[in-house]
Design a protein around this ligand. Structure first.
Ligand code: ATP
Ligand code: MG
Length: 559
């Protein structure tokens, strides 16, 4: 095997793997896997693991499997399987013909369990779950042997067979590994290998009423698939001795487990249990709600696979837990969309502007640049007419210092159009609120030029009122108000203002924009046409991210 192509900076996992290639462990092979349990949708933390496993395989000309770790029928569903397949593919990774299901290995796993029983390394225990916990002891108190620990091989074989045949009730018996009740590592105190569960499995149906526990199943899955490096998150470090013990006792092919720190992100939660709770309790609309850190939520929000992969590259892989600032994720999508999102003008909080000296019946097409970052993107025409909308925020009756936009008697530049001057204000008789501005335009400033060299500092965006396309625009804020919503009851810190819906007025070029299209609304942020609520006659735009980049500022302050 040749040396890996290096695109990503090295890290301790890549170092281990490169050493193994060099020394010929596993014959120089590299074979990883991404093993999600189909009990929820994937989130950005999973993306880290996906990029790591598939990324390393690609760099080392190795292979990476997609494997569903579907050993718990109570919480798993086909919908999750489908969404996971879609998400991994969308992120840009390919498992070729290596899509596997742990449930397809139930039969060989069972045979291996019988092998351990025969070797006197596993026994059927009749203790209840509570008693097993009690007997297990604690970090300071050694465990005690179960009264059933020394059953004969024959009795164990008989009971285990009958467990499989459905003779016993849920929870009445388990199969345990006979390891060491005095081990300082609690995972080694005769861990449960099988439990009885009369539940329908999303794939194997009613074939089984006996289901393997994670620690027993996972190493076998890896072994069966010929995995070389079983990369998992840090909480499994204490389980590694057990992973090794099972494979050693069986004398089968033995992959190496390697642990890394999971991704934590500020202002959000990442556990599937918590995400499911938010979905089920209606705090968000679904698993793909654009406010969630799920892959499908990020996709709907307008994130690109490139930005997510870039993010995973930048955060790197380490052995100690840390929390990443969500501003870094936002920085990555901004950087990507800045390069490729075409610009448009849209007004989200409209104030009517009448250009008094512009003819009633006239419409001009003005040329606008599609993307200043990409000359190949060309230009487009934007209609200009007598009545416009500008953002309410771009006008102040009493402008504070350094306010360079529109105010009574002042001039401002309309992007790609003219310089206008505010000559009058109309207000609501009752509320006093400004309802309309009267302005004049200077025909000599077409395109925003000032041939006389006069200084006009402010430039604002606008749309022609008659031509604008109204659209539903969804503005998102962080889902939680605190940096670490995980510490307390996470529902208490939900941000009540995480979704604001407004009617926006868009440049007519956006009429009929297809679902998934990503654009920049000048000065307002990047937006994406919603792929779920979209209808040709009713455009819905999600704001992916605002323009102001707090990460750039944070980065400057970093040591
Ligand atoms: P959760 O804690 O969100 O329920 P999980 O670990 O139970 O996640 P799995 O479906 O078992 O979810 O995860 C599949 C793979 O993704 C595992 O290898 C797991 O280690 C990895 N993974 C899960 N969450 C993260 C994370 N936050 N950062 C990095 N990797 C993760
Ligand atoms: Mg898990």
């Amino acid at each position: 095997m040749t040396a890996p192509d290096r695109q990503t900076a090295s890290d301790f996992i890549r170092d281990i793997i490169n050493d193994d290639i060099r020394t010929g462990k596993y014959g120089g092979r590299v074979h990883t896997r991404f093993p999600p349990e189909p009990n929820g949708y994937l989130h950005i933390g999973h993306a880290k693991s996906i990029c790591l496993n598939f990324g390393i395989a690609a760099e080392c000309r190795g292979l990476c499997n997609l494997r569903f770790d579907d050993t718990n029928p109570a919480k798993e569903e086909d919908e999750y399987v489908r969404s996971i397949i879609e998400d991994v593919r969308w992120l840009g990774f390919d498992w070729q013909d290596r899509l596997f299901y742990a449930s397809d290995y139930f039969e060989p796993m069972y045979d291996c369990a019988v092998q351990l029983i025969r070797a006197g390394k596993a026994y059927v225990d009749d203790l209840s779950a509570d008693d097993i916990r009690e007997y297990r002891g604690t970090l300071t108190r050694p465990g005690r042997d179960s009264p059933h620990r020394n059953r004969s091989v024959e009795e164990n074989l008989d009971l285990f067979t009958r467990m499989r045949q459905g003779e016993f009730e849920d929870g009445s018996r388990v199969l345990r590994a006979k390891v060491d009740m005095a081990s300082p590592n609690l995972n080694m105190r005769d861990p449960v290998m099988y439990r009885i569960l009369h539940a329908r499995h999303h794939r194997s149906g009613d074939n089984w009423c006996l289901y393997p526990m994670y620690d027993w199943a996972h190493g076998l899955e890896d072994s069966i698939e010929g995995i070389t490096h079983s990369i998992c998150t840090l909480e499994f470090e204490d389980h590694r001795p057990l992973y090794d013990w099972f494979l050693d006792q069986l004398g089968v092919y033995h992959p190496q487990q390697v642990e890394f720190a999971r991704l934590n992100l500020s202002y959000t939660v990442m556990s599937k249990r918590k995400l499911l709770e938010l979905v089920e309790q209606g705090q968000v609309t679904a698993w793909d709600d654009p406010r969630l850190p799920t892959i499908s939520g990020l996709r709907r929000r307008g994130y690109t696979p490139e930005a997510i992969r870039d993010f995973c590259d930048r955060i790197g892989v380490a052995k100690t837990d840390s929390t990443i600032d969500i501003a870094l994720l936002e920085h990555c999508i901004r950087e990507d969309l800045n390069k490729r999102a075409p610009r448009f003008m849209a007004v989200l909080n409209p104030l009517r502007v009448v250009i008094d000296n512009y003819p009633h019946d006239r419409t001009e097409q003005l040329e606008a640049v599609n993307n200043p970052e990409d000359p190949a993107a060309g230009t487009r025409e934007v209609p200009f007419s007598r009545v416009l909308y500008i953002e309410r925020d771009d006008f102040r009756e009493e402008p504070p210092p350094k306010f360079f936009r529109l105010a009574p008697g002042r001039e401002v530049r309309l992007r790609y159009a003219y310089i206008i001057k505010c000559v009058g204000v109309t207000r609501d008789n009752h509320t006093g609120e400004v309802t309309e501005l009267h302005c004049t335009y200077d025909p000599a400033t077409r395109g925003g030029n000032t041939p006389d060299g006069r200084r006009v500092k402010g430039t604002i965006h606008w749309v022609s009122a008659d031509h604008a396309v109204p659209a539903e625009v969804r503005l998102f804020d962080r889902l939680f108000t605190v940096e670490d919503p995980g510490v307390d009851d996470f529902r208490k810190s939900l941000n009540p203002g995480s979704l604001r819906v407004v009617t926006g007025y868009l440049e007519p070029g956006l009429a009929g924009a297809a679902p998934g299209i990503r654009v920049q609304f000048e000065r307002l942020g990047y937006f994406c046409v919603d792929s779920k609520d979209w209808a040709p006659e009713r455009p819905v735009f999600n704001r992916t991210v605002a323009l102001r980049d707090s990460w750039a500022r944070i980065e400057k302050q970093l040591p």
